[in-house]
Ligand binder design. Structure first.
Ligand SMILES: Nc1ncnc2c1ncn2[C@@H]1O[C@H](COP(=O)(O)OP(=O)(O)OP(=O)(O)O)[C@@H](O)[C@H]1O
Ligand SMILES: [Mg+2]
Length: 212
């Protein structure tokens, strides 16, 4: 099963989400974390991690969707992909059973989704059943999600372009701290219960979507 965490937009939380999901899945399943971004944040996370439960490799070539076939057997593969190289990005989407698109809750970021959707539409020609979900990340706790953001996402849902994850991730310092420690938030000492619930909730929601 391949879960790609991708968005052509930088800094929306791809690596943060990918490594936290890897930690959750590694509690029960064999997991490979594939870093397809030349910036290699997921590889740096693995290097910091003392526990050897997450195997990690870097593949940033456009043959990713073919290469992953051998790795995929009985494993959960999580791909962290940036949008810097469009051919690698396309390949990582083609490889996916599920595409998670982290999006910051601003109208600019929701508009910028169009670049990712262009690639997604192309991939769906070859992979009709590819599931794509927007995951809102870095919400601010004391503000409602802006109406224009929800309206635009609803429009994309109505047009069958994407789904929206029920789980939403709030902006919390612990998401920054845990990565540098090589830990997921669910393992991080003193992590707020709400952050733990977010990542566990995301993990459960993904398992339900993929029937795993
Ligand atoms: N929910 C969150 N709460 C607080 N900080 C966050 C959260 N999600 C991500 N960040 C921070 O935002 C920054 C960008 O996150 P991250 O590196 O995961 O994004 P990215 O999409 O992988 O970026 P890039 O495009 O550069 O690869 C990092 O400093 C990260 O710690
Ligand atoms: Mg990254």
């Amino acid at each position: 099963m391949v879960i790609t965490v991708g968005n052509t937009k930088g800094g929306c939380g791809k690596s943060t989400i990918a490594v936290n999901l890897a930690v959750e899945f590694a509690k029960e399943k064999k997991i490979i974390l594939v870093d397809s971004d030349v910036q290699a944040s997921s590889m740096s996370f693995r290097a910091k991690r003392e526990k050897d439960d997450i195997q990690s490799i870097a593949i940033n070539t456009p043959t990713l969707h073919k290469d992953l076939k051998v790795l995929n057997e009985n494993k959960i593969v999580i791909v962290d992909v940036g949008g810097r190289d469009s051919t690698v990005f396309r390949s990582a989407i083609l490889a996916a059973d599920l595409l998670i698109i982290p999006v910051l809750p601003s109208l600019y970021d929701v508009w910028a989704l169009e670049d990712t959707l262009v690639v997604l539409r192309e991939a769906k020609v070859y992979k009709e059943n590819l599931k794509a979900y927007v995951l809102l990340n870095q919400l601010l706790s004391n503000t409602w999600l802006a109406k224009d953001v929800t309206e635009h996402i609803q429009k994309l849902k109505d047009e069958n372009e994407i789904e929206l994850m029920g789980t939403m991730i709030y902006s919390r310092q612990v998401y920054k701290n845990c990565i540098t420690a090589g830990l997921g938030v669910t393992e991080y000492p003193g992590a707020p219960e709400k952050a733990i619930q977010e990542i566990q909730g995301l993990h459960t929601e993904i398992c339900n979507i993929l029937h795993i």
